[in-house]
Design a protein around this ligand. Structure first.
Ligand SMILES: [Zn+2]
Length: 125
């Protein structure tokens, strides 16, 4: 059995870098699990630098959206306009399927999150 290969997008997600950065540093489009683990264990200078910069509180490169109704998830590049979502659900569910907002909070709804999600932000009144 051949080892599972990760494509460049998957490698970028694992290393918490953009696909553009992975391409610039010649990450190939098929990398074995062992090679990704080696990059994580012993990062080259550019990767170590990127990680150091990230720790200073930059925005995350990747966000995982997970539906609070069915558990489907999608890993995407977060958008600048995204608030911190309290809940995310697939847009195929009725909004009433989302967990009810906590008492004393008011809910805002955001369509078009990722490719197929709706986001909710429950903020204190
Ligand atoms: Zn769902």
């Amino acid at each position: 059995m051949s080892p599972r290969m990760l494509n460049r997008r998957e490698v970028a997600q694992r290393l918490d870098i953009s696909i553009e950065m992975a391409a610039r540093h010649e990450i190939p489009d098929a990398v074995s699990e062992a090679d990704v683990a080696a990059l994580e264990q012993d990062p080259p200078a550019w990767l170590a630098q990127s990680r150091a910069n990230r720790k200073k509180g930059g925005r995350p490169v990747w966000a995982t959206l997970t539906c609070d109704v069915c558990g489907d998830s999608e890993t995407v590049r977060p958008k600048k306009w995204w608030p911190q979502f309290t809940h995310v659900i697939c847009d195929e569910h009725p909004t009433s399927a989302a967990p009810a907002p906590a008492a004393g909070t008011v809910r805002s709804t955001f369509d078009g999150v990722g490719s197929r999600f709706i986001g909710f932000v429950d903020a204190a009144l």
